[in-house]
Design a protein around this ligand. Structure first.
Ligand code: NAI
Length: 480
């Protein structure tokens, strides 16, 4: 607590460094700044109490201050234990007008290198806006807050939290522990929170997958907007963002020469396509694995060899998982890799690489080269290098995507928050995507900065195509 603000960050004196970076980021985030100007007077988020869980980076600090500029009260955590930029967290707490002694920003609970216990502790700090008020909006990235609230409310209704099962992921065990402690302290906490919530806007592929599952099972407790599937999100951030931050993460972690190496990319979806471009751009020989015949054929058409992981385990130099799935690289496969092969994941959760299995290999030794870079030495003396303990290394070993592409994502986030908060009647308890005219608007806001001169349809051309000269320009089923 300082100056009436509660928070938990690594070092508030980093705020100045964070603020300098934010100023540069603001210049690279034209969409977000345009939305600030457009809605400054109207204050559409006045009355919104937003609980945000999204990588606490410099770009996210600019998002937070945009939400505040539109009238919202905000509390924030990171959605990953390694992804916080401590200077960004400090700057968000101090705020644009505060000082280290008198912080005047927002309560942030995030630091780089949290334990899993810290992570759930931070996440549970999201819900108390003072005077017994909970959040009425969620910004989620990966769906952990949405899951916490849903499970909390379900267990409160049932009056008990189930005991963890033997095969449960350690993270899930901790979540259950957190919920059990919460239920003992207050048996209706999440029930009250759910009653106040207007909805959630979800940032990423895996979080959206979880939302659709909740909806399918009839368990979704409030409306949701799927921000990820805005074209100006997943076809930009997931692809061009990773094209930038994947190479950045590899370089900062290992500084290994990518040119000439055999790089294996597991998954050729949006993130996989960006990963391949990054590695090819550095001169790596890239092969991919896929389960989906369409994505596999796309890869083949790009001249990429599509293989099974076992075909290349012994010859690959760099292995990257991008699937959002589980058990993609097993411990046995890692044991069969070349000496000093690099293994890294950029899918949202750490299930893609079997870290637990790696740790159970008899006689294996883990050596910390530096934080988030570990050499795992097998008993026969050869080793693999694992980045960010199997968690997303573009954020763990570097600072995530650059500002410009996060501007397209976060402009969608802000628009989605405004939509859901100001027009709750338009969004029922399902998973929605933003209408196409808003997607086109987000793109439009980023053209000037790049000197793009868009062609305008003449009336005759518009009539010929049967569309409005102002858009939308494509039907909803168009795939880009
Ligand atoms: P996507 O669904 O477009 O791509 C995933 C691809 O993996 C699909 O084509 C799927 O067929 C393939 N796949 C699934 N299981 C596989 C297996 N066992 N072997 C080989 N391929 C397999 O999803 P997207 O948008 O590319 O996202 C992937 C993951 O990355 C998600 O977890 C998402 O949340 C995360 N993400 C991470 C970012 C970062 O900054 N690190 C940024 C954006 C998304």
């Amino acid at each position: 607590h300082r100056n009436g603000l509660d928070f938990a960050v690594a070092d508030l004196s980093l705020a100045r460094a964070g603020r300098h970076q934010m100023r540069l980021a603001e210049h690279e985030m034209p969409g977000l700044m345009a939305v600030r100007r457009e809605f400054a007077a109207a204050q559409p988020l006045r009355g919104a109490r937003i609980a945000g869980s999204l990588h606490m980076t410099i770009q996210t600090a600019v998002l937070i201050e945009t939400l505040v500029a539109l009238g919202a009260e905000v509390r924030w955590v990171s959605c990953n234990i390694f992804s916080t930029q401590d200077e960004a967290a400090a700057a968000a707490v101090v705020g644009p007008t505060g000082t280290v002694d008198r912080p005047a920003g927002v309560p942030v609970f995030a630091w780089k290198g949290e334990t899993l216990e810290d992570y759930w502790w931070c996440t549970t700090q999201l819900f108390d806006f003072g005077d017994s008020r909970g959040p009425n909006m969620i910004v989620d990235d990966g769906g952990d807050v949405t899951q916490l609230v849903h499970l909390g409310a379900e267990y409160e209704a049932a009056g008990a939290v189930p005991a963890p099962a033997d095969g449960d992921h350690p993270e899930h065990r901790l979540l259950l522990q957190t919920l059990r402690a919460g239920l003992d302290a207050d048996s209706k906490r999440f029930t009250r929170i759910v009653a106040q919530l207007r909805g959630v806007t979800e940032e990423t592929t895996i979080g959206v997958t979880r939302l659709y599952r909740l909806a399918r099972e009839g368990r979704l407790l409030f409306p949701a907007i799927n921000v990820n599937d805005a074209v100006t999100k997943s076809k930009f951030d997931n692809k061009y963002g990773i094209r930038h931050s994947l190479a950045d993460g590899l370089n900062r972690a290992t500084d290994v020469m990518m040119g000439g190496k055999l790089a294996v990319v597991c998954g050729y979806g949006d993130v996989g396509k960006g990963a391949v471009e990054a590695l090819r751009g550095q001169g790596a020989r890239v092969v991919v694995t896929e389960i989906d015949p369409i994505c596999a054929l796309q890869a083949a058409m790009e001249g990429l060899q599509v293989v099974r992981l076992d075909d290349v385990v012994a010859t690959g130099d760099i292995f990257i998982t991008t699937t959002g799935g589980t058990d993609i690289i097993t411990a046995e496969q890692m044991a069969g890799m070349k000496h000093n092969a690099i293994v890294g994941n950029v899918g949202h959760f750490d299930d893609e690489i079997d870290m637990a299995g790696l740790g159970r290999i008899p006689g294996i030794v883990r050596v910390e080269i530096k934080p988030q870079v570990h050499e795992w030495r097998f008993p026969d003396g050869h080793a693999v290098i694992v980045l960010s303990e199997g968690r997303l290394f573009n954020l763990g070993n570097a600072t995530g995507h650059p500002s410009f592409v996060m501007s397209t994502s976060f402009t969608n986030q802000v628009i989605a928050q405004i939509e859901l908060f100001t027009r709750p009647e338009a969004y029922d308890r399902r998973v929605h995507v933003l209408p196409k005219h808003l997607d086109e608007k987000v793109a439009r806001l980023h053209l000037d900065a790049l000197g793009v001169r868009l062609t305008t349809l003449t009336d005759r051309q518009a009539d010929y195509l049967g569309i409005d000269a102002e858009g939308p320009y494509k039907p909803d089923h168009y795939r880009y």
